[in-house]
Design a binder for this molecule. Structure first.
Ligand code: SAM
Length: 376
């Protein structure tokens, strides 16, 4: 394993596990809408860009797929199913021997403390693949060299390996005292977050370049910012600011420490399309085969209510908040958060209509060999 990659110990903040009312499994329909919106893009990338004539695949004909940042399901199962169906279609067209068939092995990756038990218990019984769990940070090497044919990662790469140090340093101009996120309104704060994102993406791309076989594909789906729009001017940024204001309220009531609020920051960064493209081009180990900005169609069942928006945000951030503030006031925090959304009419406001919410689909193909990578 590359030493540089193994040194990166990403902080882990798992989504709420299990399949109860508060779980990620029951509160991730937005992420599922994103997955559904990219189905055709994945099919198209595989039909057009996966080439069995040049793909390094062993005589055993096992096609190896990894979903990185899979959480507990069920979204990951939908993604994997789409990939397998598209690969099978392509194989039918390109196989040399009409009797040969592919077998599939799927690696589900997330942090060590992800609820893999729920993932394994809810694996689709009719699946056509061998399932394996791979614990660990995707900012490090996770697989042996040249073993994967397809990598997928949806809505996970905006999680940084850590909050940049300057953000919590009261002596730094990048001290993010007044906010819990990278609002994009303070230059030094934005630069510190952007630099961390750059480093993390570089580690991610280097690790994946070693693990993908020649001609292997990697699909990344990530939330991005429209050009010139700071996070604070997006619906997501605004709702995170509202959550931050609920933490300040608890501090004013003397229930949590003000300093604790000052030192709390989301390890999240939403890049622009240009930023991410520049990182991939600078890295130079992948060709960009597809790049598409889209806004997912949110299904009718997801018509927003304050309760629903709280449930979705809680399922993602409860672990992170609990780790910093403890468990005692977590219910209170989210009750206040729902009330505040209602009081400010948040979900009906123009702010939400002009949500500035866009996502990016990228399909990459590995171009460099390991040898040329190490000699660079
Ligand atoms: C919002 S969830 C997305 C889950 C799933 N891909 C989906 O679309 O529903 C983000 C996931 O990424 C995982 N994650 C974040 N950073 C990670 C890292 N460095 N290594 C592995 N997993 C990570 C989190 O633990 C979490 O399960």
């Amino acid at each position: 394993m590359g030493d540089e990659e193994t040194k990166i110990l990403a902080k882990s903040h798992p989504m709420v596990g299990g399949d109860g009312a508060r779980s990620y499994a029951k509160n991730s329909s937005y992420q599922r809408a994103v997955m559904n919106a990219t189905k055709e893009m994945v099919e198209d990338a595989i039909a057009d860009k996966l080439d069995f004539k040049t793909l390094e695949i062993e005589a055993s004909k096992t096609f190896q797929i990894a979903d990185l940042g899979c959480s507990t399901g069920p979204n990951t199962f939908i993604a994997v199913q789409n990939i397998i169906e598209a690969v099978e279609q392509k194989y039918l067209i390109q196989r040399q021997n009409p009797n040969s068939a592919l077998e599939f092995q799927v690696f589900f990756n997330d942090h060590n403390d992800n609820d893999f038990n729920t993932l394994f218990k809810t694996l689709p019984p009719e699946r056509k693949y061998f399932a394996t769990g791979v614990p660990g940070s995707f900012y490090s090497r996770l697989f042996p060299e040249k073993t994967l044919h397809f990598i997928h990662s949806s809505y996970s790469l905006h999680w940084l390996s850590r909050v940049p140090e300057e953000i919590v340093d009261s002596k730094s101009p990048a001290w993010n005292k007044s906010s819990i996120q990278c609002t994009g309104l303070v230059k030094e704060v934005t630069e510190a977050y952007a630099a961390q994102f750059n480093n993390d993406m570089e580690s991610f791309l280097n690790a994946r370049a070693q693990e993908l076989v020649g001609g292997g594909l990697m699909v990344i789906v990530i939330s991005i910012l429209p050009n010139g729009i700071p996070m604070a001017k997006t619906a997501e940024g605004k709702i995170y600011d509202l959550l931050g204001s609920c933490l300040i309220d608890l501090a004013k009531m003397g229930l949590i420490d003000e300093e604790k609020v000052d030192s709390f920051n989301f390890p999240l960064y939403y890049p622009t399309c240009e930023e991410i493209e520049a990182i991939i081009r600078r890295n130079g180990l992948f060709s960009i085969e597809r790049m598409k900005i889209f806004a997912p169609v949110v299904p009718g069942e997801m018509t927003f209510s304050a309760e629903r928006s709280t449930a979705q945000i809680r399922a993602v951030f409860e672990g992170l908040i609990e780790e910093h503030f403890g468990h005692e006031f977590i219910d209170q925090l989210f009750i206040n958060f729902t009330r505040k959304q209602l009081a400010e009419n948040f979900l009906k406001s123009d702010d939400l209509k002009n949500h500035n919410k866009i996502d990016l689909f990228i399909a990459l193909k590995r171009i460099n060999t390991i040898d040329s990578y190490w000699s660079m």
